[in-house]
Design a protein around this ligand. Structure first.
Ligand SMILES: [Fe+2]
Ligand SMILES: [Zn+2]
Length: 461
């Protein structure tokens, strides 16, 4: 039987958050009791006493009367913070409200009566986790009067601290390292494939590098051409999660072919770019495995577009704004496909705040289409000319030799990079003198974020 420890926090100081007005909580009662006996007592009380007092016997040593109201004060870090009753009822994670096995919620927000009232009854500690205990007056239909709501204190702490997260963030801006070629030279450590394949710690190391630098390399990735040339890259990606399929397939080949359907499949120089800007859901991560590197030339190049954009934000704020505001057309109309997107070069976490962290960049000159007429001619071309100047400055920054990390991808090496941050390019190569062949795959951001979040629980500090 699990034992809950219940403490009514005393001497809480006052805090006001948003519309919240807060008063002192003074209630120096503290005791232990069992969950089961609590329920039993509450049930007994319910049958004989007015509902508002149903938990009365449990708190007989409490001098403070039990108040139910539509706003509920809970002490967090010594300060009393006020929450709306609907918010707290909705956040209940008790085993009745959230299925223990599936972790799915067993009720809808709309099931909560608008006149529900709650009463904070203390803090319980189970397996080291502190939770706020709340009882209800006029609970959702189907929930008995014995229902006790428990909400982890750390959830409430985050809210009280103004945490505005709406999703598991795969970009923690504070973990970013903006790099130039020297920094990348210094920070790059090839991770051995066998270690990556066999230990979660090496996967964690790779994902942390992807989070901070957006670029990480593996080596000694086996040549699987004799069976399935995509087998090794599938192994690499599957250590993180399922591959993202596109019309290029689950895996695809970057090699020089006649009548190529994509400039990547030629031997020509290919400038710095993001892949698949013309898709609504542009893949977040790209993986390239070097299968053959016998042709002279064909060196790979990478540049941190976030660093370039951050530089522009500091030195030329108007041009930075043009990259944030000016919509660019990207398209692919070829080989039976028709894709088109209009999006700005720099996407911010909050597009209404020019100081907010960068979320993604979109930069793909070979796949640009004509600007939409109403956009290109807006303000007599003023916005276009501003963007034009910004694009030149941006190109200068990303392709400046000191900002480009260049290396020849030897056979058996594999790169994983953030396709929405790290731009990639390759030098021209001579296909008549030897083969150059990269195997490619994509990975979605959700898959990355999920894997990193779970590894973080295991290995994070
Ligand atoms: Fe590419
Ligand atoms: Zn519940």
């Amino acid at each position: 039987m699990a034992t809950l420890r219940l403490t009514i926090r005393s001497q809480a100081t006052v805090k006001s958050i948003g519309r919240i007005a807060v008063s002192h909580l003074r209630n120096p009662a503290s005791r232990s009791f069992s969950h089961a006996s609590q329920r039993q007592s509450a049930a007994t009380a319910e049958s004989t006493a007015p509902r508002v007092q149903h938990a009365g016997p449990l708190y007989s040593q409490t001098t403070q009367p039990i108040n139910y109201s539509s706003t509920i004060k809970i002490p967090i870090d010594g300060e009393a913070v006020e929450f709306d009753s609907i918010f707290l009822r909705d956040a209940c994670v008790c085993p009745e409200c959230v299925d223990v096995s599936s972790t799915n919620k067993n009720f809808a927000t709309s099931d909560i009566p608008s006149d529900i009232e709650g009463s904070f009854r203390g803090i319980s500690t189970t397996n080291g986790q502190e939770s706020a205990i709340v009882h209800w007056n006029r609970d959702a239909q189907g929930w008995s009067s014995e229902h006790v709501t428990t909400i982890p204190i750390d959830t409430l702490q985050r809210l009280a601290a103004g945490d505005k997260r709406t999703h598991i963030s795969h970009f923690k801006p504070s973990n970013r390292v903006f790099w130039d070629s020297k920094t990348m030279e210094a920070n790059n450590n090839f991770i051995d494939f066998a270690e990556y394949k066999n230990t979660d710690k090496a996967v964690y190391q790779a994902l942390k590098m992807l989070e901070s630098h957006g670029l990480v390399f593996l080596r000694n990735v086996p040549d699987s051409t004799s069976t399935d040339s995509g087998a090794s890259i599938t192994d690499v990606v599957s250590r993180i999660g399922p591959l993202r399929s596109t019309f290029y397939g689950l895996t695809w080949d970057v090699r020089s072919v006649p009548k190529a359907i994509n400039v990547a499949y030629t031997n020509k120089f290919l400038g710095l770019h993001t892949d698949l800007c013309y898709l609504d859901l542009t893949p977040q991560y790209q993986i390239l495995h070097s299968m053959r590197a016998k042709a002279p030339g064909g060196e790979s190049m990478f540049a941190d577009s976030f660093k370039a954009a951050e530089t522009l934000r500091q030195t030329h704020p108007k041009l930075f704004e043009a990259l944030v505001r000016f919509p660019v057309t990207f398209h692919y109309y070829n080989a039976g496909q028709s894709y088109r997107q209009i999006r700005c070069t720099v996407e911010l976490e909050d597009k209404n705040d020019l100081n907010s962290p960068i979320k993604n960049t979109n930069w793909s000159p070979p796949f640009q289409g004509p600007f939409a007429l109403d956009i290109g001619s807006r303000d007599g071309g003023k916005a276009l000319r501003e963007f034009h100047e910004a694009s030149q400055k941006f190109e200068d920054l990303i392709s400046a030799p000191e900002n480009v990390f260049e290396l020849r991808m030897n056979e058996g090496e594999c790169v994983l990079f953030d396709n929405r941050r790290v731009l990639h390019a390759r030098r021209e190569f001579d296909p008549t003198k030897g083969e150059r062949w990269l195997k490619g795959a994509y990975l979605d951001r959700d898959v990355f974020a999920s894997r990193l979040a779970r590894l973080e629980e295991q290995y994070g500090t």
